[in-house]
Design a protein around this ligand. Structure first.
Ligand code: COA
Length: 148
């Protein structure tokens, strides 16, 4: 069956919400689709991509470019569609978009406990860099949540 990677649009919301709940399980409230997607649609909306098969979303990737570095987040494929090259397809589509914007280096973060995903990114040419990942919440309403 043919899989295409296309920009997200409103009709994909329910599928993406379901995909992220399945892929990211116990995620923080601020990472939910109803929080992340409206924010992304307000900023570089064409960098939120979905993999579609027979009108159904089976994967996602979200990229961003700040004029210096590119970033990739929310890479996910439905469990029953994994190991078919769809993660690879999504990553290459996101990379193409970033390179077209002038991006020369892409950064991404993986939880230290998620070794399988580190291996996935390695096969796509990403290397592990010795860095300390730091962050700061800038919204008071999110103060009670752990930074991530
Ligand atoms: C990571 C993820 C997107 C991979 O999707 P996928 O469609 O199964 O990946 P692909 O089929 O394109 O795999 C590409 C390559 O990565 C490697 N790979 C994929 N999953 C892997 C795993 N769990 N462990 C080791 N290597 C893996 C394979 O070597 C594969 O190459 P091959 O086809 O030559 O064997 C998917 O497992 C997923 O949704 N995980 C949960 C969400 C998540 O943790 N996302 C990352 C957040 S940082």
């Amino acid at each position: 069956m043919s899989v295409t990677v296309i920009p997200y649009s409103d009709r994909h919301f329910e599928d993406v919400d379901r995909l992220w709940r399945e892929a990211f399980g116990d995620d923080l409230p601020r990472h939910r689709a109803d929080v992340v997607i409206p924010a992304k649609l307000a900023f570089q909306p064409d960098l939120l991509l979905v993999a579609v098969e027979q009108d159904r979303v089976i994967g996602s990737v979200m990229a961003g470019y700040d004029g210096h570095r590119g970033y990739i987040n929310r890479v996910a494929v439905l469990k029953n569609c994994r190991s078919r090259g769809i993660g690879d397809l999504l990553m290459r589509a996101a990379e193409e978009k970033l390179v077209a914007l002038g991006c020369r280096k892409i950064n991404l973060q993986v939880r230290a406990s998620n070794q399988a995903v580190v291996d996935f990114y390695r096969t796509l040419g990403y290397g592990v860099e010795e860095r300390v990942s730091m962050s700061k919440l800038t919204s008071p309403s999110l103060d009670s949540e752990k930074a991530s």
